[in-house]
Design a protein. Structure first.
Length: 334
């Protein structure tokens, strides 16, 4: 949809892959560190061994040396006698190990709490953007600095279209909230593919030309000669929402200016090609005329995956806290 490229939603986002990697690393550290220190030392001193580990990281050794006579899997057990100095050092190491390991549940708890705050911020941002779209339109300002603060703000202009310089952003699907609500929860959906038609619009009240996303047309109606009835020639009043330029996302193709195939909004390039100002608005649904593009193609969607992260981090906190309590408080071997 037209609203997916907002620069607001991508700030300070951690991708789900990064969060899962950190979660896996935390569990890997636990499974390694829960192995008692003598066993870790012993496992490092056995030559030419194929080391396998159980669920909690304890090594199961199939020996290929003289240390073990039988060819079977066994758990390593330390057998060297300790001196008093060694026992004292071992005690100090155990204390450091015990309280150092507690950092994992503390860290995951802090990360979960941070994601709670991030979710509150994101919900407030989404509500703010939705209120901007629904607000009463204001006259379009032409100051670039002011426009940067008005993305998704409803504005109004008066003028006429220059249909000879249409641009096509594709592929796109029709933004239809009612259809999307009906198909919510389905495994598959088949929205019709097409393009958004971008047309230069000369503002008679401002004396400048801007770019207007007139809306969606199906693939068979992309060429202007297939929708002559919808090519408005008269001077009209138009209401739309301000949109800013997009940066190309990973895996999104480059814009092909020669073939007039645009995959993301590059306002500077579009403005150079058409002679317009780098000002862009999405026309609202009321701009739709019979046979023309379907307006109202602004989708206010920001990534809001914070609940998944909250569950992940608090879940890790609970699991590692339980394991720490069992091992160091109840002294139950894991």
């Amino acid at each position: 949809g037209a609203g997916r490229g907002s620069s607001r939603g991508g700030e300070e986002e951690w991708g789900s892959g990064t969060q899962l990697l950190l979660a896996g690393a935390a569990m890997a550290v636990w499974s390694r560190l829960l192995l008692p220190l003598p066993l870790r030392r012993a496992s490092c001193q056995i030559p030419k061994c194929l080391v396998r580990r159980n669920f909690f990281g304890y090594p199961l050794i199939k020996a290929h040396s003289g240390l073990v006579q039988q060819n079977k899997e066994i758990c390593l057990r330390p057998c060297r006698r300790r001196s008093s100095t060694t026992a004292s050092a071992k005690s100090e190491e155990d204390v450091l190990f015990k309280w150092g390991l507690l950092l994992i549940p503390l860290t995951t708890f802090c990360l979960g709490t941070w994601q709670v705050q991030r979710r509150k911020w994101k919900l407030k941002l989404i509500a703010d953007l939705e209120s901007r779209v629904a607000s009463e339109p204001i006259p379009l300002p032409i100051d670039p600095m002011e426009l940067k603060e008005l993305e998704y703000r409803s504005v109004k202009v008066r003028g006429y279209f220059d249909h000879s310089q249409e641009l096509y952003v594709l592929p796109r699907s029709l933004v239809d909230p009612e259809r999307e609500a009906r198909e919510a929860g389905r495994l598959t959906s088949n929205p019709e593919s097409g393009a958004n038609v971008i047309t230069p619009f000369y503002c008679t009240d401002l004396g400048i030309t801007i770019l207007v996303n007139r809306g969606f047309v199906p693939k068979k109606k992309v060429k202007p000669e297939t929708r002559l009835k919808g090519q408005i020639r008269d001077e009209i009043d138009l209401v739309g929402v301000v949109r800013l330029s997009e940066t190309r996302k990973p895996f999104v193709p480059e814009n092909n200016i020669e073939k007039n195939r645009w995959h993301y909004r590059d306002l500077e390039a579009m403005a150079r090609l058409t002679g317009a100002e780098p000002i862009f608005i999405d026309a609202d649904f009321r701009s739709t005329v019979p046979g023309g593009p379907i307006g109202g193609q602004t989708r206010v969607t920001l990534r809001n995956e914070h609940m998944q992260y909250i569950i992940t981090w608090y879940g890790l906190c609970a699991a590692t806290s339980f394991m720490w309590y069992k091992k160091f408080i109840q002294k139950i071997p894991l």
